[in-house]
Design a protein around this ligand. Sequence first.
Ligand SMILES: [Zn+2]
Length: 288
Amino acid sequence: MGAHSVWVLEYARSPVHPVSGVYYGAHNQGTMNLPFAYILIRTADAVALVDVGHDANDFGGEIANSIGVTGWTPPEIVLGECGVRPEDVTHIFITHAHFDHIGGLKFFPNAKIFIQKKELESWMWILAKGRRFRSLLAGLNPADILYLTQANIEGRLELLEGPREDVLPGIHLYPAHDTHTAGSQYVVVQNRGSDDRLVLSGDVVYTYRNLTGDDQLDPCFVPPGLANGSQTKLIQAAEEMLGIVGNDERRIIPVHEEKLAQFYPSRLSDHGLRIVEICVADGEQSRV
Ligand SMILES: [Zn+2]
């Protein structure tokens, strides 16, 4: 218990995601079930999201279809399971600009958006390089980058150059540059004290297997396969996250991890989407 409630809200899934995209070097291992989710944080004064999913009705939906994503559900239904409306959202922390993390921004007209400046600049650079660089654009809907510039005109965009501690009280943003993407960042939620922290890892860590490999007794970092940055920096960022949570792996929360429900209370919504309750603030009701 503490000052923040945190829920992981599934909004779609892919039953056929290539294993090699999630684990570097996992060639010829077929496909796996991959949940797509974003994270809701409620504090006394704010409603924050870490990433926002995608919009099935724009080019993000075409990308989703091309990789077998099914069951997309709009934010008013997903957030409604926790008694929140999209227009209530005050803060959005974008870990990175892949379509399934940023494409839903348009659904949250009142939120201020926080993203690393390097993330925006690097995608602009790749787009400017032209077609021969398009392999680096995997997972990007260019319209989402345009949306950021529009949000900037509206005064709703904050471009971060490195860490931002206490962006909200007890919520910190840290860069993980040149990892999964050039300007990835992750979120730390601190409840009671320095020993009560959560790391919301974005896609720097897709699943717990990225932290441990296949042998829990002899753990080995296996970085994500999909990366515009470096495998070494992905591993360094994962080590940094483990340090923040005192090597308690379960306090790192990867949104694509199907096993979260084994470690935290959860339920399925009427739409068949999983709601995982990571923690509930004092005075807040459980949603599972
Ligand atoms: Zn990603």
